[in-house]
Design a protein around this ligand. Sequence first.
Ligand code: MLC
Ligand code: AMP
Length: 509
Amino acid sequence: MSNTLFDALLQGRSTGNGDLFIAADGSTCMSDQAFFDLVGRLSTLLIHTGVLPGERVAVQVPKCIEALALYVACLRAGAVFLPLNTAYTESELTYFINDAAPTVLVVDAQCQAMGERLMDASRVFSLATERGVACGGSVLSAAANITVIADVVTRHGDDLAAILYTSGTTGRSKGAMLTHDNLLSNGVTLVNAWRFTANDVLLHALPIFHTHGLFVACNVLMLSGGRMLFQPGFSTDAILGALSQATTLMGVPTFYTRLLADQRFSRDCVNHMRLFVSGSAPLLADTHRAFEQRTGQRILERYGMTETNMNTSNPYEGERIAGTVGPPLPGVEVRICDAHTGAEVAPGDVGVLQVRGPNVFVGYWQMPDKTREELLPDGFFITGDLAIIDEKGYVTIVGRSKDLIICGGYNIYPKELEQVIDQLPGVSESAVVGVPHTDFGEAVVAAVVAEPTAVGRTLNGEQIITQLGESLARFKLPRKVFFVDELPRNTMGKVQKNRLREQWQQVFS
Ligand code: MLC
Ligand code: AMP
């Protein structure tokens, strides 16, 4: 029996004496053997619950080792893993569950009742955690004494391994379908490009429901035979406390600006580290330089997407250029095209970045039209990022043709917020933009035109934010709401968001 990704991830771990997870003091949290056994039990539970190959398993649980084991267990059972941001509200979850129709849902133990409102109780499991450590829940108790089905379910390279939802410019989230080959090819490429080996310890503080923390970080570490120091989330104190045990760190730019803001973060703390990786959002060239000045090390910036995994990376050896995301990774092709005609632009000109390679997803779940719009017949995927390529082949992301805000590494589509704000009583119309923010890179600001009778009396900014929070995840909420008499429009009637961005450039600086 062969199972493309599962076999590769846990190759050698079933019999070895290694430790996949260690604690900040260097002691073992969970050995390879224990993780392998847990994965076997969880995958058997999924199969007993009726999960058939190709069926989805949705998981919205706090980060912990057992949550990662659920991902690997899905692969072992031939299922499609569907991780969900822990910040999503019930209303957001309802859409994902209806759209993906998973066979099993695993929720935070505190959300069992919500899970049972969304799906039949017999197919809802829970996982309880305390400060990042699993401490119970029906998924663990039901799997505790199970007799493991020895056979791993056969899966080929072109079978689906995961569906990750990404928000869309129309406001409707799209499920990006990723195959075993997509994930394995990119994982192997990154292990080689970034020189990961069994000697590595990754300080892991990212969430594991997105590409960065799940595939880039965990797949690379599992494939290389290295170890992970799992932290429930980012905390400067916890990172500083654990750095001495680590060899590498992967983070969004906010990780690096927060570390630099702390004077304890010094050259001495990181002398032993061999690699710092940044991605998911633009790393300011200033941050890159400040990091080098403080530590003597250059951050390696790379560029990727949920739909494609990683596309480009500054080199491990060779010049890491601040402000660029490096040349394409081996096996990945890139081209820069005109947004309207689709034709390749002249070398050095700005255009929309398109990518092709074994890493590129196979389409959006049950959205053939959307898939056709973005995934071209020749295999190139239209990223929606505006870029240039210099004469050395280095790519620089200069903007976005998609209306997207990236806040602390999380994507927020203005359309989704505008649709909800426009429905609120007293609101005539709205426009949502991202403006510079020292901690999060960008932050959400909403411009609201109130109906004449509503201003001051029935409508205020706080109230709008509170009402949005009833259906939208907290990270999407505007940090400020400004009331305006009218939205600036061009002669075609299109809202000029650049003028709003200019107007509020400084509100968070
Ligand atoms: C937290 N908050 C955010 C936020 N993170 N708001 C907007 N954007 C964010 N990213 C909210 C919290 O809900 C809280 O609100 C308030 O901000 C204060 O939170 P905090 O304690 O300061 O934040 P913290 O928990 O420390 O989180 C910040 C962070 C985190 C940067 C560490 O957001 C993070 O881990 N981001 C990584 C995201 C990621 O993994 N992206 C990869 C996507 S994959 P309140 O109201 O509750 O007080 C991808 C592809 C690729 O993009 O290329 O990698
Ligand atoms: P997501 O849909 O969450 O996978 O986010 C993907 C988007 O993040 C890309 O389309 C880019 O806009 C952005 N992104 C990822 N890495 C970088 C980077 N290093 N620099 C600039 N933008 C990035």
